[in-house]
Ligand binder design. Structure first.
Ligand code: URA
Length: 214
């Protein structure tokens, strides 16, 4: 199982991802094109875990879910539930503040075709594990997995059994006395445009978290 380590902004542990980021930086010199750090409040009661930076979103702006389609529904919903100061997340310098909430990704680097390899998810799990440890130590109560990859990365980092805690949209898993894992389909363009995930479905997940956090 991976050990935990603090996020390294210059990490190049995954050769395929490091090389891809080098190529993307050449194609788009203005893009951030580095491992994207978590964003938000510390301490926080809610930790939202996404998949990985999108090429023209977090990979461009350097902030999770910022500047691309996947962030639209997420930040709108966070704003609706009083967790974000604005309903849109446009750029690193837009002044947006998260309250009681943090956002991170299972994989910190942009993967080709949005698909990290299992070995890359495992390698990056060092960082997620460290973030989860800090989150729990500082009183964090609710983890929201956006999609199955994020769910399995969380389960891996916390060393709990994925057979006991399978991913399912709307599922709520009690991981510990005071630690809960909530699942939602990922708020990707594909999922929202095909209506696999509607705004109502996403809000219901947040409503449940809101009720449980009290
Ligand atoms: O999972 C995702 C998707 C888009 N942007 C992110 O930061 N994470």
């Amino acid at each position: 199982m991976p050990e935990s380590s603090t996020f390294q902004p210059d990490c190049r542990r995954c050769p395929r991802l490091a090389q891809y980021l080098d190529e993307v930086k050449i194609a788009y010199p203005d893009y951030y094109a580095r491992p994207v750090p978590p964003f938000g409040a510390t301490p926080a009661r809610l930790l939202v875990v996404g998949l990985a930076p999108g090429i023209h979103g977090a990979n461009r702006t350097g902030r999770p879910f910022t500047g691309d389609f996947a962030g639209i529904l997420l930040y709108q919903t966070l704003h609706k539930f009083g967790l974000a100061s604005h309903s849109e997340s446009i750029a690193h310098s837009d002044g947006l503040i998260l309250s009681n909430c943090r956002i991170t990704n299972a994989v910190k680097c942009l993967p080709p075709a949005n698909k990290p390899d299992t070995s890359e998810i495992r390698q990056c799990n060092h960082y997620l594990k460290n973030e989860l440890i800090q989150f729990v130590e500082q009183g964090g109560k609710a983890i929201l997995a956006l999609g199955g990859v994020a769910h399995r990365a969380i389960v891996m980092a916390l060393r709990v059994k994925s057979t006991i805690f399978p991913f399912g949209h709307g599922a709520v898993h009690q991981l510990d006395n005071d630690l809960w894992l909530y699942d939602s389909y990922h708020c990707s363009r594909y999922n929202t445009q095909t209506k696999r995930l509607t705004a109502e479905m996403f809000e219901q997940v947040f409503m449940r978290i809101d009720e449980d956090l009290g």
